[in-house]
Design a protein around this ligand. Structure first.
Ligand SMILES: Cc1cc2nc3c(=O)[nH]c(=O)nc-3n(C[C@H](O)[C@H](O)[C@H](O)COP(=O)(O)O)c2cc1C
Length: 450
C-alpha cells in the first residue's frame, strides 16, 4: 500500500461553505470583508498544518450568490498579501482568470506575493466567463471553448516567461562599478500572440520558489490537457471515486507525455466534510444547517444547474428528471458544467431522489462527507491509496469552527497513521507540497522569447 502523505488545502469562504453558515454568526453584515475573520481562518488552518489556504474567486462584477449569502468580495491577491503577514508557513493560493486583464499584471502580483510571503504563493488559473465578469470588463461577448484555452495558453506562457525574466544571477549589486542589475543576464521576452503581446522583463526578481506554484481549476478535456502541461496541481471536482481514478490516471499520463514527472502534478479534488463525534450527531448537525436554507431558492438553483423547469423539481420525494436535464445540457453555463456533471453522476450512482440531491452542496459543487473524524480520515486515505487523488481541497461548513475540528480531531488521526506531517517541514509551499523548486530552464518552449 502506498504511504503517500495527504496534501490538504482549505477553501476559504467568508462564513463557510454551507450556504446557511452565515445565519449562525452574531455579526452577519460584514462577513465578506471582515479581515479579522479571514485571519482567524488562516491561523486555524495553519494550526492544523494544512498546506495552503485557497482563495477561489469570481473574476468580476457582483454575482447573484451575494443576494443570499456572504460572497467573494475582496480581491484575492490583496487578501492573501495581508494573510501572509499574519501567518508563517501556510501556502497562499490566489485565483485569477486568464480571460480578463493582461498577463503582466498577474505575473507581477503573484511574484510579489511569493516575495512578501517568503515563498508561499500560488496562482490558481481559472478560465471562467460569467455575465457579471463580461459586464464588468465591458466585453461584448465571451470566448468559445477553443479560444478560451488558446487565450489561457498565451496568458500562462507570458506569465511564466516574466517570472523567469529577471533571474537571481542578474542581481549583482556591485558597488565598485555601480552595477546593481546586469542587463546582459536578463531574459527579456518579445511575445506576439493572437490574444496578447508583451515585451521586456518583469520588475520583480526571481522569487523564493523559483516560480510560484501553479494550480489550475477545470474539468473538460481541454482543461485536462492544459493543466497537465502547465500546472503543478489541479483543483478538481470529482464526486465519485471511479471518475476520480479515471481523471487521475489520464492527467498523470498526459503529464508524462509532456516530458514531466507525473508525481509533480498533484490532483486535489474539493471535499466538504460535516463532522461530529458520532455519525448520528453529524447528520443532525447537517440537518440543522440544511433546515436554515431557503428551499424554494435552492430548488431554483438546482433547476438552473440542471437546465430544467423548476416545476419538475416540486415534489422533493420524486425521482430526479435526469433525461430532461441531459436533453438541455447545452443550456448550462460553461462555468458550472462540471458541477452539474458531477452532481448528477453521484445522484445516479447512489439512487438519490430530488431531496437528497438538493441538500448535497449543489451551490459549492463538491462531494459531501457526513460522519466522524476517523471515518473522514479513512475516506480520504481510500481515495489516496487507490489513486483517485493526491490530496483534497477542504470546504468547511462553518469557518473557523469547522476548521478547528479538522485541526484538533482529523489531523491527529492522520498523524497517528503516519500519513500527515507533525510540523511544517519545508520553508516554501513547494517544499510542503513535495514539489521541487523551479529551476528557470524554460519548460514550455516559449517560442517568441529571446
Ligand atoms: C474545482 C473547480 C474549481 C473552480 N473554481 C472556480 C472559481 O473559483 N471561479 C470561477 O470563476 N470558476 C471556477 N471554476 C470554473 C473553471 O475555471 C472553468 O470555467 C469551468 O471548469 C469550465 O471550463 P472547463 O471545464 O473547460 O475547465 C472551477 C472549476 C472547477 C472544476
Amino acid at each position: 500500500m502506498s504511504r503517500q502523505h495527504i496534501r490538504l488545502g482549505v477553501n476559504v469562504l467568508a462564513s463557510g461553505r454551507h450556504d446557511a453558515a452565515w445565519k449562525t454568526f452574531e455579526e452577519k453584515r460584514h462577513l465578506s470583508t471582515d479581515i479579522d475573520h479571514f485571519i482567524a481562518i488562516a491561523k486555524s488552518a495553519e494550526r492544523g498544518l494544512v498546506d495552503a489556504i485557497f482563495l477561489a474567486d469570481n473574476p468580476g462584477g457582483l454575482v447573484s450568490e451575494a443576494y443570499t449569502r456572504p460572497w467573494r468580495a475582496l480581491d484575492p491577491a490583496v487578501l492573501v498579501a495581508n494573510l501572509a503577514a499574519h501567518t508563517e508557513h501556510i501556502g497562499l493560493v490566489c485565483t485569477t482568470t486568464t480571460l480578463f486583464g493582461h498577463p503582466y499584471t498577474i505575473a507581477r502580483q503573484i511574484a510579489s506575493i511569493d516575495h512578501v510571503s517568503r515563498g508561499r504563493a500560488a496562482w490558481n488559473i481559472i478560465t471562467s466567463q460569467n455575465p457579471p465578469a463580461l459586464d464588468a470588463y465591458g466585453a461584448e461577448k465571451g470566448w468559445d471553448q477553443a479560444e478560451r484555452y488558446k487565450r489561457a495558453e498565451e496568458f500562462v506562457q507570458i506569465v511564466t516567461a516574466f517570472w523567469d525574466s529577471l533571474p537571481e544571477e542578474a542581481l549583482v549589486a556591485d558597488p565598485d562599478n555601480t552595477v546593481y542589475l546586469d542587463p546582459s543576464r536578463l531574459r527579456r521576452l518579445d511575445y506576439k500572440g493572437t490574444h496578447f503581446s508583451a515585451r521586456g522583463a518583469s520588475s520583480v526578481p526571481e522569487t523564493p520558489q523559483g516560480r510560484p506554484v501553479i494550480f489550475q481549476a477545470g474539468q473538460s478535456s481541454d482543461s485536462r490537457a492544459f493543466g497537465a502541461r502547465y500546472a503543478d496541481a489541479l483543483f478538481t471536482g470529482q464526486r465519485i471515486i471511479e471518475g476520480a481514478r479515471a481523471f487521475y490516471s489520464e492527467v498523470k499520463t498526459l503529464a508524462k507525455s509532456f516530458g514531466r514527472d507525473p508525481d509533480h502534478l498533484l490532483v486535489m479534488p474539493g471535499l466538504f466534510p460535516i463532522l461530529a463525534s458520532t455519525e448520528e450527531e453529524a447528520k443532525r448537525h447537517k440537518r440543522s444547517l440544511d433546515d436554515r436554507l431557503d428551499s424554494v431558492a435552492l430548488r431554483e438553483e438546482l433547476a438552473r444547474h440542471m437546465a430544467v423547469d423548476v416545476s419538475l423539481l416540486s415534489d422533493l420525494d420524486a425521482p430526479i428528471p435526469f433525461a430532461e436535464s441531459e436533453a438541455n445540457e447545452a443550456l448550462v453555463p460553461i462555468a458550472s458544467r462540471w458541477h452539474r456533471a458531477e452532481m448528477l453522476k453521484e445522484a445516479r450512482q447512489n439512487g438519490w431522489n430530488i431531496r437528497e440531491l438538493l441538500f448535497s452542496n449543489i451551490t459549492g459543487g463538491h462531494r459531501v462527507f457526513v460522519g466522524t473524524p476517523d471515518g473522514f480520515a479513512e475516506d480520504m486515505l481510500h481515495w489516496i491509496d487507490t489513486k483517485g487523488a493526491d490530496g483534497f481541497n477542504l470546504n468547511i461548513d462553518v469557518q473557523p469552527t469547522g476548521l478547528d475540528l479538522i485541526a484538533d480531531e482529523v489531523i491527529p488521526v492522520l498523524q497517528k497513521l503516519g500519513r500527515y506531517r507533525r510540523a511544517y517541514n519545508g520553508r516554501t509551499l513547494r517544499d510542503n507540497l513535495g514539489l521541487p523548486r523551479f529551476d528557470a530552464k524554460p519548460r514550455h518552449g516559449l517560442a517568441a522569447a529571446v
